[in-house]
Design a protein around this ligand. Structure first.
Ligand code: F6P
Length: 477
């Protein structure tokens, strides 16, 4: 057990930095643009925190290093582990299973073995880094076994877990051959956080049914006297950071340039997603194509810009999706486009935050229509960037964000006609109507930012460990 060490430890599949190899061959680490590191950086810096994660390359062991005040601890993965733990169990078993089975999950025993082995490695690394009594925050579906593995090694720690993706309904979760081990893995935490209250309820119900522990509302009571709280903490973004960026002169100029290069159409519609089958890209593009084809939308009037960020490209379902989207966009542009005028501008690329902010400002209608999504931060980023209270958000009911952004044009993404109607409604609504909706959504997003999310979670984690706060009611025997 470590006698000194970090008072605050984050464990995530990835480190919050990307490696750049400079022209002279030297290596530099660049902070990745995620909101999580932005939120946790001040806590990490003030408490001498450590971040444990994979650095993104296989078959390479790196020593811990400090970068811009953060202590980073790389966890190595072999090529086989990348294939089995990351691409396999995390992204071809858990990912589709947890997203409503929108693609069939594959259940392979060797992937599970690798998931167990890699989770153990993360837990061991954390056990070495954490100071006596430290707070450890485990992130996401790739590491669900870590809380219990870590508690066995270091019972002195206070352990939190947050699931960034949906937690499935009990009927779907039960398909998992290792369902009990996953539930028991999570129960090593003092606090298990989810995006939505329904997810926390699914978890508590499963624990009662499958593991047999007593539960009461959001508490699970373990036989050893420990209590585990399961609750929703909807994640957010660095809202002020996005607004400041959107207000900057460079972004303002770039937004105008983008509109001009699209031919200054009356309406610019925008989608920005990781190229993932959960994002509803097929349905969304088809809906817009039909609007152009049936004449509801005039080609001289509107353009749909779809940015799809490359993701998990070695996983079969992602390869299939890429080909499908290429074909679909090609067919629509071929069928209804004219010389110099393509209804769908499709970009398979990732862009820095600044370009994203310019795109958000250039877009009259933001289209976020996943088939299932834990939260969807793009929806919140769009809202944060619209300091002018303009723009319209078309949002899937099945994104976690829909629980908060109630003034969006909400759609069932499986309903193509409904999606078409919502797109038209958003395009045709007047400034007053959109202004009213955007103002309300902005108020919510600006107040509920990522800093508040992290503060609330960590505050409740510090309280839940003291069990007298959550005594077992007499009625729960
Ligand atoms: O939403 C889940 C998530 O794992 C995020 O944490 C991450 O930014 C994104 O998906 C991309 O995932 P990957 O690490 O597989 O590229």
């Amino acid at each position: 057990m470590a006698s000194s060490g970090a008072e605050f430890v984050v464990i995530a599949n990835r480190l919050p930095v990307d490696r750049d190899v400079l022209a002279d061959g030297t290596v530099a680490w660049r902070k990745s643009p995620g909101g999580l590191v932005t939120a946790l950086e001040p806590v990490m810096k003030s408490q001498g925190g450590a971040w444990i994660g994979w650095h993104g390359a296989p078959d390479e062991t790196l020593e811990p290093f400090d970068d811009d005040g953060l202590h980073l601890v790389p966890v190595p993965l072999s090529s086989q582990e990348v294939e089995e733990y990351y691409e396999g169990f995390s992204n071809a078993t858990l990912w589709p299973l947890y997203h409503d089975v929108v693609a069939p999950p594959a259940f392979r025993r060797e992937w599970w073995d690798s998931y167990v082995a890699v989770n153990r490695r993360f837990a061991e690394r954390a056990a070495e880094e954490a100071a006596q009594g430290a707070v450890v925050w485990v992130q996401d579906y790739q590491l669900q076994l870590v809380p219990t593995m870590l508690r066995e090694l270091r019972p002195d720690l206070r352990i939190g877990f947050f699931l960034h993706i949906p937690f499935p309904p009990t009927e779907l979760f039960q398909q998992l051959p290792w369902r009990r081990q996953i539930l028991e893995g999570l129960l090593g935490a003092d606090l298990v956080g989810f995006q939505l209250p329904g997810a926390a309820q699914n978890f508590v119900r499963l624990v009662r049914q499958r593991v047999g522990h007593k539960t009461h509302r959001d508490m699970v009571y373990l036989p050893d006297g420990r209590g585990v709280l399961a609750k929703a903490y909807p994640i957010s973004i660095d809202a002020q950071g996005f607004e400041d960026l959107a207000r900057s002169e460079r972004v303002t100029r770039r937004a105008a340039e983008i509109r001009a290069s699209l031919g200054n159409p009356r309406k610019v519609l925008l989608g920005i997603d990781r190229l993932d089958y959960t994002k509803g890209l097929r349905q969304r593009i088809r809906a817009f194509g039909e609007l152009v084809r049936d004449g509801s939308v005039d080609l001289d009037d509107a353009v749909f810009v779809q940015v799809a960020t490359p993701s998990r490209e070695r996983v079969d379902q992602y390869r299939i999706l890429r080909d499908d989207i290429d074909r679909l966009v090609g067919r629509i542009n071929g069928d209804v486009g004219k010389i110099g005028q393509q209804p769908v501008q499709y970009l398979h690329a990732s862009y820095p935050r600044e370009e994203m902010a310019a795109l958000y400002r250039a877009a009259d209608v933001m289209v976020v229509t996943p088939l299932r999504d834990g939260m969807n931060l793009v929806a919140k980023e769009y809202v944060a960037c619209r300091y002018d209270d303009q723009g319209a958000l078309v949002l899937s009911e099945f994104a976690g964000a829909a629980a908060e952004l109630k003034q969006a044009y909400l759609v069932n993404p499986y309903d193509i006609n409904g999606t078409k109607a919502a797109l038209l409604q958003a395009m045709e609504a007047g400034e007053r109507e959109n202004g009213k909706r955007m103002k309300a959504m902005r108020k919510h997003v600006m107040e509920h930012d990522i800093e508040r999310w992290a503060r609330t979670f960590l505050q409740e984690l510090s309280e839940v460990g003291s069990h007298d706060k959550n005594p077992r009611p007499a009625s729960v025997s």
